[in-house]
Write a protein that binds this ligand. Sequence first.
Ligand code: NAD
Ligand code: WQD
Length: 330
Amino acid sequence: MLSSSMNILVIGGAGYIGSHVVKTLLQNDHSVTVYDNLSTGCRENLFAAASFIEADILDEARLRAALAPAGRPIDAVIHLAALKAAGDSMLEPERYAEHNICGTIKILNAMTAAEVRLLVFSSSAAVYGEPQYLPIDEQHPTEPTNFYGATKLEIERILAWYSRLRDLRYAALRYFNAAGYDPDGDVRGLERNPANLLPVIMEVALGRRTQLRVFGDDYDTPDGTGVRDYIHVSDLAVAHLAALEHILAHDRDLVLNLGTEHGASVREIYELARSVTGREIPVETAPRRAGDPAKLMASSKAARETLGWRPRHSDLETLVQTAWNVYAGR
Ligand code: NAD
Ligand code: WQD
């Protein structure tokens, strides 16, 4: 870790992943301002030690003010604010284009105006589309199958141009399936209307939903259910800081996958959740979900070798237990 403390603007820092990133930055003695419109994030996720600006990334004046504060200058931006529901992006492309692509361009322009040149950006495994081989490394073709993934890919392309033309240094982090909660219990905000597997299972365990619908049990996988690479959100958080330190120290850009390089099936996860929660968790088999590949798994060799990063909390037991601690209010 670098010793000098940075002043970091975390855009989307009241969200699920962003709040974990803020915790890691504060633990490492950085100064943090969260910029968030609280559309999906929540106040409960804000840390007292961080400043908070409630504003939208589409608001250029607020962005410019946040990036050029009266006091200590901003050293770096971590940008996690986005609309992220792949299915919705196919129904509302205008909204996804505006928030994700235009919103990011406004951030970049406010950064160049304020001469802030370090950015860590939340990209996604959704940039790859249907896997052509496994594990997926960063050289895998990028052919997104939904507009959400396309917005992330467009942003990555724009970042590469700003790097060439405006001396921006960036890390685009392509997360696989984020899951779990802070093992210390310091982040407790629950996602509203979740669609991802683990929060859905947690809501079934609590009786807020009647059953888990398993989207297909006839895939070409060991137990027939979909296989994904679930990465603990605290492991993702640490990678943001390591990536920021790397682009600062080495004056180069990074595009990195963040995953565990292991796959887990839907069935493995709900069976483990039954044993961790002691709850029944009824399941019913439902038709396959459109656009779902059978199996997705990352190669994170580049992150391991470049950042020395290793997942520490991403074993399935910890993923499920830390989520349950929060859902059960422990
Ligand atoms: P989230 O919805 O919990 O967090 C997004 C945050 O951004 C929220 O706090 C929201 O209020 C804020 N926000 C959204 N639009 C905004 C706007 N226009 N102006 C200001 N703030 C705004 O989602 P998350 O799971 O924490 O995802 C964070 C990032 O990681 C997103 O960019 C997402 O695309 C990406 N990502 C997530 C996953 C995953 O598995 N959760 C996987 C890959 C990539
Ligand atoms: C996981 C597995 C489902 C819900 C999404 C985005 C991706 C990235 C991560 C942002 C699949 C199965 C799920 C349910 C189920 N996000 N499932 N019943 O689709 O792998 O990835 O989140 O960048 O871009 O697409 O995640 O959690 O929805 O699904 O059977 O109610 O669980 O079919 O096999 P996914 P997921």
